[in-house]
Design a protein around this ligand. Structure first.
Ligand SMILES: Cc1cc2nc3c(=O)[nH]c(=O)nc-3n(C[C@H](O)[C@H](O)[C@H](O)COP(=O)(O)OP(=O)(O)OC[C@H]3O[C@@H](n4cnc5c(N)ncnc54)[C@H](O)[C@@H]3O)c2cc1C
Length: 289
């Protein structure tokens, strides 16, 4: 059925369609009738070339060119993958622990109200959202397409559905494993990752950044330093200010968490609560129309 539609659309014989790939999938269930929508990507004969896996294109990096990344959150790890792609060795420092060890510190917060200032909900491998459900709803294309980031997540263990779903999410059960897989990639291709390593200063010379100071004692120099320390590291901003680094304020951002009963969200989305049961729709997502 899809093949015939695609052939009609492309004005070719249906036998000539060799690949149909969904490019977007959403459940549009407003009103009385619930239905699914799949937008297929179809290709003229001979024009379809499956994209090679991004990881297959990586080569181990030598130690010749190094860049320091401060922070093993999403920004730090994706920066590391980008550096590997360009043949530059990433050297990552994170004040917290690896994503598995970090879980123990979260338990200490929940059970005993004890907060480790370097390993908590904000700090540690995977960064601030490492234990969230990993919603991937950004619509920002200011810095280009997000397809590559999505493909890298899939290549590190995310469900390929995220490539086509209208409201993709990774799932809190999977997110820590994906973070660990990215760490393995960084190490496999020659990067370095140091946990329990808080960057406490920059090594500066005439306004040029030469490297970082770790845990107030060790100095590490490199060709470039990427600060990927996130929103919560106030001490990093204080350190930059102390060292005379020029900073620019961003517009104020506020996050709000809103919770609603699933039943209400289903009713809003399907327009008819029964539709969910009749058509056996999965739980619908919270989003603003
Ligand atoms: C509870 C929660 C749920 C969220 N859910 C979602 C979601 O579902 N979808 C979504 O898109 N976003 C979500 N977010 C937001 C998302 O987590 C952040 O936008 C994202 O983590 C920012 O990435 P980042 O790498 O810039 O910074 P961060 O994630 O903050 O990472 C910064 C890293 O730097 C390290 N660091 C800080 N200071 C130093 C230092 N001095 N030396 C060494 N290392 C340092 C920290 O340990 C940390 O690992 C959520 C956030 C929270 C808190």
């Amino acid at each position: 059925m899809c093949g015939e539609r695609a052939a009609e659309f492309l004005n070719v014989a249906s036998g000539e369609i060799t690949h149909i790939r969904p490019v977007k999938r959403s459940v549009d269930a407003q009103g009385q009738l619930a239905g699914g929508a799949v937008a297929p990507g179809s290709f003229r004969p001979g024009t379809f070339h499956p994209e090679p896996a991004l990881l297959e294109q990586l080569q181990p990096v030598g130690g010749r060119r190094e860049a320091i990344i401060v922070g093993a959150g999403p920004a730090g790890y994706f920066a590391a993958l980008e550096l590997l792609e360009r043949g530059i060795k990433p050297v990552i420092f994170d004040r917290g622990k690896d994503v598995r060890a970090r879980r123990r510190d979260l338990r200490a917060i929940q059970q005993f109200s004890v907060v480790d200032p370097d390993s908590n909900y904000c700090f540690g491998e995977g960064g601030a959202g490492a234990y969230s459900d990993g919603k991937l709803y950004t619509r920002s294309h200011k810095r280009g397409t997000i397809d590559k980031a999505m493909r890298l997540l899939v290549e590190h263990g995310a469900n390929p559905d995220i490539l086509v779903d209208a409201h993709p999410h990774i799932g809190s059960n999977k997110l820590p494993g994906i973070v660990a897989n990215i760490r393995e990639t960084v190490l496999r291709y020659g990067g370095e990752i140091h946990f329990d390593s808080r960057v406490t200063g920059l090594v500066l010379d005439k306004g040029k950044v030469l490297g970082v100071i770790v845990n107030d004692q060790d100095e590490r120099l490199a060709g470039a330093v990427i600060l990927a320390t996130g929103h919560s590291a106030r001490d990093v901003y204080a350190m930059l200010h102390r060292q005379g680094v020029r900073m620019e304020a961003k517009p104020f951002a506020l996050g709000v968490r809103v919770e609603h009963p699933q039943e209400l969200i289903d009713r809003i989305n399907t327009g008819n609560l029964r539709a969910n049961r009749i058509y056996r729709l999965p739980a619908t997502s919270w989003w603003l129309r």
